[in-house]
Write a protein that binds this ligand. Structure first.
Ligand code: NI
Length: 137
């Protein structure tokens, strides 16, 4: 019998961002994006939870080696985003608003190629303690 198990790795990074649409007035941006449209950027303490689902290997007992998973997240995500300005310091958000939704999709796309095909991947990203997103939904 094949038992699916979910493995989680929790990470953290601090990053600055600004949400805005260049075609809109400052007022419109403020109305839609609120404090997140602040012209001089602002920071968030992001909590990232990477979930990997699969059947444990019959020999190791691992779905994925958490040491490898941790290294992947460090290389693909933390080293790219931690203490960075997401709008200015990364190519990934040059033309993409760094909303929690979009950051979660970007993180998924960075990690997906590095995780074995038969394993399911899900990203949960907390922008604040109360606001968080899942991708895929
Ligand atoms: Ni914000």
């Amino acid at each position: 019998m094949e038992h699916q198990v979910a493995v989680y790795r929790k990470e953290h990074f601090n990053a600055a961002h600004k949400l805005y649409c260049a075609d809109w007035t400052d007022e419109e941006n403020k109305r839609v994006f609120g404090a997140c449209s602040n012209a001089n950027y602002h920071g968030h303490n992001y909590d990232l939870i990477v979930k990997v689902v699969g059947v444990p290997d019959p020999i190791t007992g691992f779905v994925i080696n958490t040491k490898d998973l941790s290294k992947m997240v460090e290389e693909e995500v933390i080293s790219r985003f931690d203490h960075k300005n997401l709008n200015l310091d990364t190519e990934l958000f040059k033309n993409l608003n760094p909303s929690a939704e979009n950051i979660a999709i970007v993180i998924y796309n960075l990690l997906r190629p590095r995780i074995a095909e038969q394993l399911a991947l899900k990203i949960r990203l907390y922008e604040t303690e109360r606001n968080f997103v899942d991708y895929p939904a």
